[in-house]
Every structure is written in C-alpha cells, then in structure tokens.
Design a protein. Structure first.
Length: 130
C-alpha cells in the first residue's frame, strides 16, 4: 500500500538525520502491518539497530524507541543481494486497525556510533494484512 525510503548518499546515517514519511489511510475496515525498511552494506558492523520512531496519527502523536535485530550469530536476517542487505522488520507485533486520515512517521537512528556507517536507506512500509 505504501513504501518509501530515504537514501543516505554518503552511506552514513547521522543521528541528526531524520527520515520522514506520510501517507493517508482511507480504508478503516482493514488491519495493517507496519514495517521499518533498512538497507545496509555487508560491512555494517552491528547485529542490531536502535531507532527512535515518532508517529503522528490523526488524533495523537507518540514516540517509541525500538531495537531491531539484523543478524544472528552466523548471518544477516534480511535478504541479501551481493553486498547489500535489505530488512523489512515488523514495527507492530500483530496487524492493527488504523483510523482514517493522515499518518506521519519520523525515524532517527539512536545508536552510540555516530555517524552509523554503511547504512544506505531507511524507510517505512505499510501493508494491508491478509
């Protein structure tokens, strides 16, 4: 239904760089899955990433800090193509209903390392649950 990413031209996600996205929900009869999309190079040095997520819903605004696991002890958990790894990681544990209106998402990396090297893109994906 919606997917958009922000590219980091120098392959570095600085803590001051936010990735902002907005989309409209018209179908309130459906439930939705929300994903964070992350693309990084194989040279990314961490097994995880901490992200501050600000959500502006039609009737509220809230922020959450989430840790996303990107690898286990042996390999990346995302899909690999050459040396690029793409992750689509659920933000919500179960499909959720969304109210009619405009939604905004802002992603900021919250890692100790700044800038966070080898990160190519960060974004949001919204899918109707099946």
């Amino acid at each position: 239904m919606y997917e958009k990413t922000k590219a980091f031209p120098e392959h570095e996600w600085k803590s001051k760089d936010s990735a902002s996205f907005s989309f409209d929900i018209k179908d309130t009869a459906s439930h939705y899955n929300l994903y964070m999309v992350l693309r990084h190079e194989d040279a990314y040095k961490k097994k995880n990433i901490w992200v501050d997520i600000t959500v502006k819903a039609p009737d509220s605004t809230y922020s959450i800090k989430r840790e996303f696991n990107l690898a286990d002890n042996t390999h990346w958990l995302g899909a690999a193509m050459d040396d690029i790894i793409e992750h689509r990681i659920n933000i919500n544990a179960m499909p959720i209903p969304l109210k009619k209106g405009n939604y905004g998402f802002v992603l900021k990396q919250a890692m100790r390392e700044d800038p966070l090297e080898y990160v190519l893109n960060a974004g949001i994906r919204v899918e109707k649950a099946k």
